[in-house]
Every structure is written in structure tokens, then in C-alpha cells.
Design a protein around this ligand. Structure first.
Ligand SMILES: [Zn+2]
Ligand SMILES: [Zn+2]
Length: 377
């Protein structure tokens, strides 16, 4: 798909300054605004094209990329100009035009006032869970203060027994057309502020706002395998949308997993250390170990070495996306006794006398290297 040069789109020279770029964009945006050109796909395309060009040329970094490399220069910058939605474009108007210009011209919300489905605000919360809960999954109940629809009027804002009525001033359209000289402009209806409906007798409980803060309990299901720092979205547990219907916002839970005294997490694997005595390592042993699911028995073979790691398959974290289960890694730490009874010492000295006859392979090769080292000198 070929793209027009951004400077050409905005009708400015390459030397144009910020003010000129802004002015030119404003002119085009007003000219091709969809509310002024209903059902004209060509105008909508031109409107989007201008928004895209302005997005690039008004941003020093993007402009520099574009000046050097053209459209290709923007592909790696995370900017996806094509396909920017109308909502995105409208949401930028506040910054570009310093607030009220578009509302003045087209009515609240960039000209879409009244017809768009309202969504309630999203809420956030922080949830701290234990290490083991992150492995098994759990359900937490949290207390929240959030705006709910008013019980008395069910969110409409109108006194019980009455209803919001279609605004007589704009006949429910939310906007009015005013003639000024020889052209006409549409503005948000001054009586209903673009809502298309007015409340004649406001609800006494919420003073006509339709909402009320309430203390609520929300159950959050935390899936097994969730990691520290994960953001969990609980759909529909945010605030109620203003004005009765609409969609509820979401609740964003930031999961914090507490550290554990025995375990550490590494991806879906869990790691722990297992201190063993010298004789257990030498003779082999059956040892009780902790796992994420509780106690387990693990056998170490005779001749187990220090720092040796044993892998217990399937004893780690379940993958939070349902892709298998991690392993448990057990690192052996051989402990040398710091104090010996006289009996133990006697036995060990006895044992030591036999040692030189059975030197292990590692020590043997170490001796060889040592010999080499001394002969080189
Ligand atoms: Zn009410
Ligand atoms: Zn009205």
C-alpha cells in the first residue's frame, strides 16, 4: 500500500514549524471531520490520514525518523499509524486543541456524544498471596469502595416514579445546529449537555447523579502458577457506568507473591537446598523433603556430591497458561560436622587411615595437575 508523504498530506513545506503544522492539521481536521461529512467514506479516510500525518510531524522523535527514513523509519518505532481508530484520534483532540474547541464545534466527546455506550471507571487493587497459594491457586475476597448505581433510582438519576425525558431542546439528539452568518455549526445541546435526556425531578438519594459510593466485597479467583508482579484483570468488577445502563469497568489486581523461607521460583521451576550429612552423601539415604504440595521422600544415591542438583519432574509450578508443569530442583549441600564427640573422632581417624588407598577420581586428577605444576617451576 502506498502512503502519501506526510508533508503533502498536511499541505506544508518540509521547513514548516510546529505552529504551522498544527494550524494546517486543525484546518483539515475540521474540514474532514466525520460529523460534518456523515456517510462520506472519502472524508473519513482523509480525516484519518491527516491525524496520522500530524501524529508523526508533531512529535520530534517520529519526525526525525520520518525525515531520515520516510515511512519505513516509523515501522520499528512502535508506531502503527495505519489503522489508528477514530476513538484514538478523538481522544487526542484534547491535547491538540487545548480542550474545548471540538466540544464547542461538535458536542461533548468529540462529536459522538450520547450515542456511545458508556463504560464505568476501572479500579486497581494490590493483592498479596503466599508462595504456596501462588502454586495452588486461591480465591481472595477483597473489600472495595466503588461507585454503584443508586438503589433508589437504579442509576438513572431520576426520582422514583419519574423517568429521564427526551430533551425537548434537542429532541434527544444531544446537539443543536446554530446558524452563524452564512454557515451553521453544531454544538452540544446546552440543556442536556449532549446526553439527549434531561431529568426533571432529580433523585433525592444521589442528587441526580445516578451513582453512590458503596463498600463491596469482590471475590477474585487467582489461577495456579501465577507469578509475582502479574496483573490480573477481573472483568466487570470496576465501577458502574454513569446513567443507568452501560458496561461496568474492570478491576485490575496487581499480584504480589510473598517470599518463602525454603523455596525460590525460577520460571515454572521451584528451587530448594537440601543439607545432608557427610555419611548420608557417602552412603546414600532416604530423606524427607518439602515440595509445593507438602512432604515427599527423596532418595539420594551413595556417593552424592556437594552442589549436585536433583530434578524432581512435575513437582514445580503449574504453568499459568496451562502449558505443563515445572520441576523441582534440589541442590545438595553437604555439611561437615563442626564438633565431634571423642567416639566420632576416633572412628573418623580410623577411617582416615583407609582413605589414601581409595582416592576418588577428582582428587586423583587434582594430584596429577599439582605434580605438573611443581615440575614446571
Ligand atoms: Zn438516585
Ligand atoms: Zn438536549
Amino acid at each position: 500500500m502506498s502512503q502519501r508523504d506526510y508533508y503533502e498530506v498536511l499541505g506544508v513545506s518540509r521547513e514548516a514549524g510546529k505552529d504551522e503544522i498544527k494550524k494546517s492539521y486543525r484546518k483539515l481536521a475540521l474540514k474532514f471531520h466525520p460529523d460534518r461529512n456523515p456517510d462520506d467514506k472519502g472524508a473519513e479516510d482523509k480525516f484519518k490520514e491527516a491525524a496520522e500525518a500530524y501524529d508523526v510531524l508533531s512529535d520530534d522523535n517520529k519526525k526525525a525518523q520520518y525525515d531520515r527514513f520516510g515511512h519505513d523509519g516509523l515501522k520499528n518505532s512502535g508506531f502503527s499509524g495505519r489503522g489508528a481508530s477514530m476513538e484514538d484520534i478523538f481522544s487526542n483532540f484534547g491535547d491538540i486543541f487545548g480542550g474545548s474547541i471540538f466540544e464547542e464545534f461538535f458536542g461533548g466527546g468529540g462529536g459522538r456524544g450520547g450515542s456511545r455506550q458508556q463504560k464505568g471507571a476501572s479500579l486497581r487493587c494490590q493483592l498479596s498471596i503466599t508462595f504456596l497459594e501462588s502454586a495452588t491457586g486461591c480465591t481472595k475476597t477483597i473489600d472495595l469502595n466503588r461507585n454503584e448505581h443508586c438503589d433508589t433510582c437504579h442509576g438513572t438519576g431520576a426520582k422514583p416514579g419519574t423517568h429521564p425525558v427526551t430533551c425537548p431542546y434537542c429532541q434527544g439528539r444531544g446537539e443543536v445546529t446554530q446558524s452563524q452568518g452564512f454557515f451553521s455549526v453544531r454544538t452540544a445541546c446546552p440543556k442536556c449537555q449532549g446526553a439527549g435526556k434531561t431529568i426533571e425531578s432529580p433523585c433525592g438519594s444521589c442528587r441526580g447523579t445516578g451513582s453512590m459510593p458503596k463498600r463491596v466485597k469482590v471475590e477474585v479467583n487467582i489461577p495456579a502458577g501465577i507469578d509475582d508482579g502479574t496483573r490480573l484483570r477481573v472483568q466487570g468488577e470496576g465501577e458502574a457506568a454513569p446513567g443507568g445502563g452501560g458496561i461496568r469497568g474492570d478491576l485490575m489486581c496487581y499480584i504480589q507473591v510473598q517470599a518463602h523461607s525454603l523455596f525460590q521460583r525460577d520460571g515454572d521451576n521451584v528451587y530448594c537446598q537440601l543439607p545432608v550429612t557427610f555419611t548420608e552423601a557417602a552412603l546414600g539415604a532416604e530423606l524427607t523433603i518439602p515440595t509445593l504440595k507438602g512432604k515427599n521422600v527423596m532418595t539420594i544415591p551413595p556417593g552424592t556430591q556437594s552442589s549436585q542438583i536433583f530434578r524432581l519432574r512435575g513437582q514445580g509450578f503449574p504453568n499459568v497458561h496451562g502449558q505443563g508443569v515445572g520441576d523441582q530442583m534440589v541442590e545438595i549441600i553437604i555439611e561437615v560436622p563442626k564438633k565431634l564427640t571423642s567416639k566420632q573422632e576416633e572412628l573418623l581417624r580410623e577411617y582416615a587411615k583407609t582413605e589414601h588407598k581409595s582416592v576418588g577420581p577428582k582428587r586423583q586428577s587434582w594430584f596429577d595437575k599439582l605434580k605438573e605444576f611443581f615440575t614446571e617451576e
